[in-house]
Design a protein around this ligand. Structure first.
Ligand code: GLA
Length: 382
């Protein structure tokens, strides 16, 4: 080829590849514009429900429309916890949770109940009598029964599943159960089985879940499998596992998520992702130390971080889509970055960007990648 021909061919190549790229960009642009009109709940309707955690004040004005548009399941972020509901005189404080249920009904959404038995956000007065004397095991079980039946009966027909026990497993070495829990201290591990049996007796039509965090860490997964296998072998009515999914960009590993889903499915359990968010900061246990030492990190949401964040979210949804036969619901922990608990925890006042929508309810790159996620095959180790 002479020099003239070579230049001509190169020019044509450059022009054509430029045109191809432009065409690709504009096709992607058009697809994304379309995606702006699409909603999470519609995109994933054939696979699983898409939910969000909410407080009643987030169901007003523009947010109300936004929540109803994207989600078909609601979890009260705080107002169905014992701390919010329980009153020793029996006049439980149901009003805020009722407002969420009303909104869900008006918009054809489901409600996940969260949570009945937990060591945290349960008031001290739950564990003592009217004179302040700590309850013994029998008395505490009687209180548990009274509480579960009152709460489940109140929401009967409106709440289709309950996180019956939250976070009963330990993060410490070989310790299986969280021993520093007012439940464990008085009842030992039996409180877990007891809570499920009581809940099932109150309403056998409600799906009962065990809910916990870090369930993709091999050690915690092993503890969860051991506990759940034992519960199921004794006939305890556990229907599913709620994987909280407070993940981070550094340690989230799609292979570990797959292994945990496989392990729970093998036990015959349904899986739900109950509290999904992806912090842009290091895992919060590390951040807690940093906060204590006064050197809590601050990060800007740079284009580079936004891209990595979106990439991680795509990985999460690839696994979830691939396992849709076993996953019935995926709930984000918060509607937009503005309302995420991670702006307050573990470092108060920190700005985090863990969700799919920014502080003005605008979809982020992560939203688009989630909407585009396909159940691509991920290499397994074997
Ligand atoms: C846990 C609980 C939730 C919520 C989050 C943090 O995951 O299950 O109810 O408190 O922590 O907001």
């Amino acid at each position: 080829m002479n020099r003239f021909c070579f230049s001509l061919v190169s020019c044509l190549f450059v022009v054509m590849s430029g045109a191809l790229c432009a065409a690709e960009d504009s096709a992607q642009g058009a697809a994304r514009e379309k995606a702006q009109d699409q909603t999470l709940k519609n995109r994933f309707a054939p696979l699983f429900d898409v939910g969000t955690a909410v407080s009643p004040f987030q169901l007003e004005g523009l947010n109300a429309e936004f929540v109803a548009r994207h989600f078909n399941s609601l979890t009260p972020e705080n107002c169905m916890k014992p701390e919010a509901l329980y009153r020793p005189d029996g006049n439980y404080h149901f009003a805020p949770a009722d407002a969420i249920v009303r909104f869900a009904k008006a918009n054809g959404m489901k409600v996940r109940g969260h949570t009945l038995v937990w060591h945290s956000q349960t008031p001290r007065k739950f564990f003592v009598d009217h004179e302040g004397t700590p309850l013994d095991k029998d008395a505490l079980y009687a209180r548990m029964e009274e509480y579960i039946s009152k709460v489940m009966n109140h929401f009967r027909g409106d709440v289709y599943c309950w996180d019956v026990v939250n976070e009963a497993l330990s993060d410490e070495g070989d310790e299986i159960y969280r021993t520093r829990s007012p439940w464990f201290e008085v009842c030992g591990k039996d409180f877990i089985a007891h809570a499920f049996r009581v809940a099932h007796k109150v309403d056998p039509n409600v799906k009962l879940f065990y809910n916990d965090y870090n369930l993709i860490s091999p050690a915690k997964r092993e503890k969860a499998v051991r506990m759940l296998r034992e519960l199921l072998a004794s006939g305890v009515p556990v229907a599913g596992v709620g994987m909280q999914a407070h993940w981070d960009m550094e340690t989230f590993d799609p292979l570990e998520l797959q292994k945990s889903i496989d392990a729970f499915v093998e036990l015959g359990l349904e899986v739900q992702i109950t509290e999904l968010d992806l912090t842009i900061y290091p895992p919060y246990h590390g951040a807690q130390d940093a906060a204590r030492s006064g050197s809590a990190p601050r990060k800007d949401y740079t284009p580079e971080i936004e891209e990595r964040h979106a990439e991680k979210y795509a990985q999460v949804f690839e696994v979830l889509c691939r396992n849709a036969d076993h996953i019935t619901s995926v709930t984000f922990w918060g509607i937009t970055d503005r309302y995420s608990w991670l702006n307050m925890y573990p470092c108060p006042g920190r700005t985090d960007h863990p969700l799919l929508f920014d502080r003005e309810n605008r979809p982020k790159e992560a939203f688009h990648r989630v909407m585009e996620a396909k159940e691509s095959s991920i290499q397994t180790e074997e």
